[in-house]
Ligand binder design. Structure first.
Ligand code: FPP
Length: 323
């Protein structure tokens, strides 16, 4: 197996605990953090600016949708629950594994469109903890082989597209072979400065929270700290996604109205877009359409919207007015 030049020491779960930055954080009341944030490492520091765009590489149809977008309201982070591979295959009287194979091709199409529009963060739910527990062994091992093939076949394209790939989840429980492949691609792409593609593998949001609480509890024990002082920021710092902004937009394919244990903490204020389209049929243009829909939403973060009427300065006046 030959990879492009390595540039940083490998790590299975390369998402370290660094200073957090969440979309809602600026609006959420947060107390003083118990602990100072650890120094941000060079491997996780991202420039404040968005990666450069390569709009000329979009298809004419994609360019037409992109032209309708407001550049100042582009999401920073899009997360996707890729669903419907099995049904896509079933509709064509094909075996399920062919749906997964087509789904893996879609991963690369969509990631490259994300790179062309300079999306800083793209997170894909590729394999859940539940998938590994509840699917037939043959399907799980097929998915793992497919992941390795995907990594082998696409590392050069990731380099060409300046994509940095990482993974989150209990990846240490995957086979050594799969971990090796992940490590190699994460290492090879670690210095890329464009879109960060995060694959959620052997991932479950509840287990992420359990892992975060365990780390926080250990830290508190060592520092002899009072649990009363725990803040949201302290929990955030111990998530797998500690150095990422929360998703602005969560897309789910194949029409299911569920979040399926994906990024439960991080999607508190995320806009959700569900499409009936099965994942193998999803393309860059559909990502752009979802972003266009997202831009029509009014994000309130628990506040009140512009179309909600005037705010009464004095609630007593309101009482008189309605009595
Ligand atoms: C759901 O399809 C999808 C998954 C099991 C996870 C996504 C997997 C891929 C896109 C394949 C490869 C990914 C990479 C990164 C190489 P489903 O089987 O649940 O579909 P169904 O609900 O129609 O049965």
């Amino acid at each position: 197996m030959r990879w492009p030049a390595a540039s940083k020491p490998p790590s299975v779960n390369s998402v370290g605990a660094t200073s957090g930055r969440t979309s809602a954080s600026a609006l959420e009341p947060r107390g003083e953090s118990l602990y100072p944030s650890p120094e941000t490492s060079s491997s996780t520091t991202r420039p404040a600016t968005r990666p450069p765009t390569r709009i000329d590489e979009l298809t004419p149809e994609e360019r037409a949708v992109y032209a309708t977008l407001k550049p100042e309201r582009l999401p920073e982070h899009v997360a996707i629950i890729m669903d419907g591979n099995g049904r896509w295959a079933g509709r064509r009287s094909l075996k399920r594994f062919l749906g997964h194979q087509q789904g893996a091709k879609t991963v690369q199409f969509v990631t490259e469109t994300a790179a062309r529009i300079g999306l800083p963060w793209l997170t894909l739910y590729a394999f859940s903890l539940e998938n590994s527990l509840r699917r037939p062994r043959a399907e799980v091992s097929f998915l793992m082989r497919l992941l390795k093939t995907y990594l082998d076949d696409n590392v050069e394209r990731m380099m060409k597209n300046n994509i940095r790939m990482r993974s989150i989840g209990r990846t240490h429980d995957l086979s050594h072979d799969v971990q090796e492949h992940l490590r190699a691609v994460e290492e090879a792409t670690s210095r890329n400065t464009g879109t960060t593609l995060t694959l959620a593998l052997n991932y479950g949001a509840r287990s992420e929270l359990v892992d975060a609480f365990r780390r926080l509890a250990t830290e508190m024990k060592h520092k002899n700290l009072d649990p009363e002082h725990i803040t949201e920021e302290d929990i955030h710092r111990h998530l797998y996604t500690a150095d990422m902004p929360d998703p602005d937009l969560l897309i789910r394919t194949s029409g299911e109205l569920r979040v399926s244990n994906f990024l439960l903490w991080q999607i508190a204020y995320t806009e959700i877009f569900v499409t009936e389209r099965f994942w193998p049929d999803f393309r860059g243009i559909h990502l752009l359409e979802a972003i266009a829909d997202f831009q029509r939403r009014e994000r309130r973060y628990g506040g009140i919207g512009e179309a909600c009427g005037e705010v009464e300065e004095d609630p007593e006046q309101l009482k008189t007015a309605v009595s």
